[in-house]
Design a protein around this ligand. Structure first.
Ligand SMILES: Nc1ncnc2c1ncn2[C@@H]1O[C@H](COP(=O)(O)OP(=O)(O)OP(=O)(O)O)[C@@H](O)[C@H]1O
Ligand SMILES: [Mg+2]
Length: 236
């Protein structure tokens, strides 16, 4: 495997509030990798820093062979870093299909319609509901739409913040299965997830973040047996 994303000593935050304090992490091309950690650990801030929404203070980010440290959101997107935000953030007043097509708004290639068909094949319910206001979808369907919109941006790396938040187990299972298919289609996935069981089921490798740093990483199969991880993050 080759490394798609290599983050070294990353520091970032909001004004005077520093959140990331030297975060190191790598993501292998083709993998599903997850980040877990307590509330406020800096997981969302990390994804927002990668996608250019939070200002980088120091450190480096290499992506697909290029230096993307501190780039603006449009440059991160152009490089192939696509962010599915916490809370899904669909546009009210726009249909499901228009929300999906918004993911492709910077594209000028002729693959947009075939990518839309791929999204509809992955999430058939979105095709059925394509003319409905996206914000009237169920929670699980909204997450499908948010992920679909991400796919419409042709990601090399799909960042997903809180896949399972607020969803029933059945919806989470459906989304997890879809992510496996999406990954098999060649998209590397970096997942931030509160539910460590869900994250470890999906991902081969996990990074545990605490107070803006990676405090542990390894194969999810090993971390799932680690007593400290089980106690702190799995409630076991
Ligand atoms: N816009 C902001 N301005 C100032 N501080 C912020 C802002 N957004 C987040 N923070 C702070 O940054 C820290 C990390 O927040 P972040 O959202 O990255 O954590 P998280 O790991 O994603 O937590 P959760 O699991 O609850 O989603 C928190 O202390 C939070 O209060
Ligand atoms: Mg968060």
């Amino acid at each position: 495997m080759s490394t798609l994303l290599a983050v070294e000593a990353l520091e970032s935050g909001y004004g005077d509030v520093q959140v990331l304090w030297g975060l190191d992490l790598t993501v292998e091309a083709g993998s599903i990798t997850c980040i877990v950690g307590s509330n406020g650990a800096g997981k969302t801030t990390f994804l927002r820093t990668l996608s250019g929404l939070v200002k980088t203070k120091s450190g480096s980010v290499r992506f697909a062979g290029a230096d993307v440290t501190g780039v603006e959101p449009d440059a991160a997107l152009a490089a192939g870093i696509v962010h599915v935000p916490e809370g899904r953030r669909l546009f009210k007043g726009l249909t499901v299909q228009d929300n999906l097509l918004l993911g492709a708004y910077t594209r000028h290639d002729d693959g947009i319609m075939s990518d839309l068909e791929f999204v509809y094949a992955t999430f058939p319910i979105l095709k059925e509901r394509r003319k409905q206001d996206a914000t009237t979808l169920s929670g699980g369907e909204q997450q499908m739409c948010a992920i679909g919109r991400g796919i419409m941006s042709r990601p090399k790396l799909l960042l997903i913040d809180e896949l399972s938040l607020g969803l029933a187990p059945k919806a989470v299972d459906r989304l997890s299965a879809a992510l496996v298919d999406i990954n098999a289609g060649g998209i590397t996935i970096l997942l931030v997830e509160q539910d460590v069981m869900t994250a470890f089921d999906l991902a081969a490798t996990a990074f545990v973040v605490d107070m803006g740093r990676v405090v542990k990483f390894g194969a999810t199969a090993d971390l799932a047996d680690d007593p400290a991880i089980r106690e702190a993050y799995m409630g076991l």
